[in-house]
Design a protein around this ligand. Structure first.
Ligand code: HEM
Ligand code: 2DC
Length: 472
C-alpha cells in the first residue's frame, strides 16, 4: 500500500527550530554534507523544512526519472527569492532563468527562441572557432608566465586566471568580440564584474532560508551586498550590450562572419530588446564561476592522477592527428576527456541539487507526493553514493565510456527543457580548454592537500588549489 505524504520521514514540522539547528551546524556553507547525512539517517527519501524552505529530497536515479516525468509543460525550479527581489526592487526584467515565476508560457516562448541560438548543436560550429581562439590565448599567457619565473614552471592558484578565461569565452560567444582578458592589463570593470558574480552567489545562500523582504526591511548587510553585486553585474552587462547594439546600427547590412548570440537575437527580431537584454545578462553572469570552477576541479583531479593525465594527453594527440585541423571532428574523438568532465561534475557538481515543483501527484519510494510539492534530487549525494556509482570515491573517467549504466546519472547540467541553457557553450569551452592544456602542459600538485567543497549557492573549493604547470 502507498503511504501518505505525512509519513515521509524527516524534520519538517518546525521550520524555525530547524533553521536554528541548521545555522548551528553551519548549514549555510555545508548544505551538501548535511544532505548526505540526512540520506544516511532517513533513507532514500526525506522531507524537510528549514525556515520557510520546504522540500522533499530524493537520491536514486530511478526516482529522478519519476520526478522529471512529472515536471509538466512549464518545469519550475525553486524560486530564488533574492534574485527576483533584486529585479523587482530595481525594476529589471526577468530573463529566462526566472521568468516562470510570473508566467510559464512567457518562459517557454523565450526559451524556444534562445534554444536555437544558444544550445542547438548547429551553433557549435559558430562557437568552437571563437572558443578555440580564447583557449590558444590562455596557453600563450601561461607560457609567458612560465618564462617570467625563469624556472620552467609556474606554481599558482589558477582560479582568477580561470575566471578571466571563462568570462572571455562566454563574452566572445555572446558578443562576437574579445574583451581582452588574456592580456596583462585588464579592464578594471571586467575584474569588478567577476568579483560581483562571486559576491552575488555568496550572498544568495543565506537568503534562501530567510525571506529577503524581511532582511531588506531590517537593512541587513547581506541584502545590501547582494544589491551591490547585482548592480555591478547589470551595469557591466548593460555596457557590453549597448556597445554591440550601437555597432549593429552603424554597420547595417548582413555581416560576413558569425556576429555572436546577442547580435543574432537582435537581427532575428523575435524577442523584445528588454527580453534579450535580460537573458543575455543572465547568460553572461551564469558563464563565469560555473565553468571556471569545474575546470579548476578537473585540473586538481588530473594533478592527483598523473597516469590518467597521460592517457588523456594521448587521446588528445591522436584526436588532433586524425581530425586534420577540423576542430568539430576533433571534439568527437575525445570520449575520455568528456568522461573526465562528467566525472568532475559527479564528485564536484556546481549545483548541489536539482529541483522541480511537480505538476502532478507521484509515488516515490512508496510514498504519495502531491502535485505542487518541491522535490529535490540530491546531485552531490547521488554522485557519492556507492549504490549508484561503483567505488564512488575514485575519479575514473572511463566509467562513462561503456561499463556502467548511465540512466539518469549524468545530470550535472540538469534535465529536459529546463536544463542549463549554457550547456553547449560550457561543454565546448571546457573541452577546448582541456585539449589546449593537455597539449602544452603537465599539471602537478604540491604536497597532498585534501580540498573539500563549500556551499556558496554553487559548490566551490574550500581552500585555494595550488597547481604547477610545466611545459610538456
Ligand atoms: C541552469 C549547471 C554553465 C547559464 C542550470 C542548471 C544547472 C546548471 C544544474 C539548472 C538546470 C535544471 O534545473 O534542470 C551548469 C553547469 C555549468 C553551467 C554544471 C558548467 C560547468 C553555464 C553557462 C551558462 C549557464 C556557461 C551561460 C552561458 C544557465 C542558465 C540557466 C542555467 C541561463 C537557466 C535556464 C532556464 O531556467 O531555462 N545550469 N551550468 N550555465 N544555466 Fe548553467
Ligand atoms: C542551490 O537549495 C541550492 O546554473 C538550493 O548558471 C536550490 C538551488 C536553486 C537554483 C540553482 C541553485 C541551487 C544552484 C545554482 C543554479 C541555480 C539555478 C541556476 C544556477 C544551478 C541548486 C546556475 C549556476 C546559473 C546561474 C545564472 C545566474 C547567476 C544568472
Amino acid at each position: 500500500v502507498v503511504r501518505p505524504f505525512n509519513e515521509v520521514p524527516g524534520l519538517w514540522k518546525n521550520g524555525w527550530a530547524n533553521l536554528y539547528n541548521f545555522w548551528k551546524l553551519d548549514g549555510f556553507r555545508n548544505l551538501h554534507r548535511l544532505t548526505l547525512q540526512n540520506f544516511n539517517t532517513f533513507g532514500p527519501i526525506y522531507r524537510e523544512k528549514i525556515g520557510s524552505y520546504e522540500s522533499v529530497n530524493i537520491i536514486n536515479p530511478e526516482d529522478a526519472a519519476i520526478l522529471f516525468k512529472a515536471e509538466g509543460h512549464y518545469p519550475k525550479r525553486l524560486k530564488v527569492e533574492p534574485w527576483t527581489s533584486y529585479r523587482d526592487y530595481r525594476n529589471r526584467k526577468y530573463g529566462v532563468l526566472l521568468k516562470y515565476v510570473l508566467n510559464g508560457e512567457d518562459w517557454r516562448s523565450n526559451r524556444v527562441i534562445l534554444n536555437k541560438e544558444v544550445i542547438s548543436l548547429k551553433m557549435l560550429e559558430n562557437f568552437v572557432p571563437l572558443l578555440d581562439e580564447v583557449g590558444q590565448d590562455f596557453v600563450a599567457r601561461v607560457h609567458k608566465k612560465i618564462k617570467r619565473t625563469g624556472q620552467n614552471k609556474w606554481t599558482t592558484d589558477l582560479s582568477q586566471e580561470l575566471f578571466k578565461y571563462a568570462l572571455e569565452s562566454v563574452s566572445s560567444v555572446l558578443y562576437g568580440e574579445r574583451l581582452g582578458l588574456m592580456l596583462d592589463y585588464i579592464d578594471p570593470e571586467a575584474q569588478h564584474f567577476i568579483d560581483c558574480i562571486t559576491l552575488m552567489f555568496k550572498t544568495t545562500s543565506p537568503m534562501l532560508y530567510i525571506p529577503p523582504a524581511l532582511l531588506k526591511q531590517i537593512g541587513s548587510k547581506v541584502w545590501r551586498d547582494h544589491v551591490e553585486a547585482w548592480d555591478g553585474i547589470f551595469n557591466h552587462a548593460d555596457r557590453c550590450i549597448q556597445n554591440i547594439y550601437k555597432k549593429l546600427h552603424q554597420d547595417a547590412g548582413t555581416p560576413k562572419k558569425y556576429p555572436g548570440v546577442l547580435a543574432s537575437l537582435l537581427m532575428l527580431d523575435k524577442l523584445s530588446i528588454e527580453d534579450i537584454k535580460a537573458s543575455v545578462t543572465e547568460l553572461m553572469a551564469g558563464g563565469v564561476d560555473t565553468t571556471s570552477i569545474t575546470l579548476l576541479w578537473t585540473l586538481y583531479e588530473l594533478a592527483r592522477h598523473p597516469n590518467l593525465q597521460e592517457e588523456l594527453r594521448a587521446e588528445v594527440a591522436a584526436a588532433r592527428a586524425e581530425s586534420q585541423g577540423d576542430l568539430l571532428e576533433m571534439l568527437k574523438r575525445i570520449p575520455l576527456v568528456k568522461g573526465a568532465l562528467k566525472e568532475t561534475l559527479r564528485l564536484h557538481p556546481v549545483a548541489v541539487n536539482l529541483q522541480r515543483y511537480i505538476a502532478e501527484d507521484i509515488i516515490i519510494q512508496n510514498y504519495h507526493i502531491p502535485a505542487g510539492t518541491l522535490v529535490q534530487l540530491g546531485l552531490y549525494a547521488m554522485g557519492r553514493h556507492p549504490k549508484v556509482f561503483f567505488r564512488p570515491e575514485q575519479y575514473k573517467p572511463s566509467r562513462w565510456l561503456r561499463t556502467e549504466t548511465h540512466y539518469f546519472r549524468s545530470l550535472g547540467f540538469g534535465f529536459g527543457p529546463r536544463q542549463c541553457l549554457g550547456r553547449r557553450i560550457a561543454e565546448a569551452e571546457m573541452q577546448l580548454f582541456l585539449i589546449h592544456i593537455l597539449e602544452n602542459f603537465r599539471v602537478e600538485k604540491q604536497q597532498h592537500v585534501e580540498v573539500k567543497s563549500t556551499f556558496e549557492l554553487i559548490l566551490v573549493p574550500d581552500k585555494p588549489i595550488i597547481l604547477t604547470l610545466k611545459p610538456v
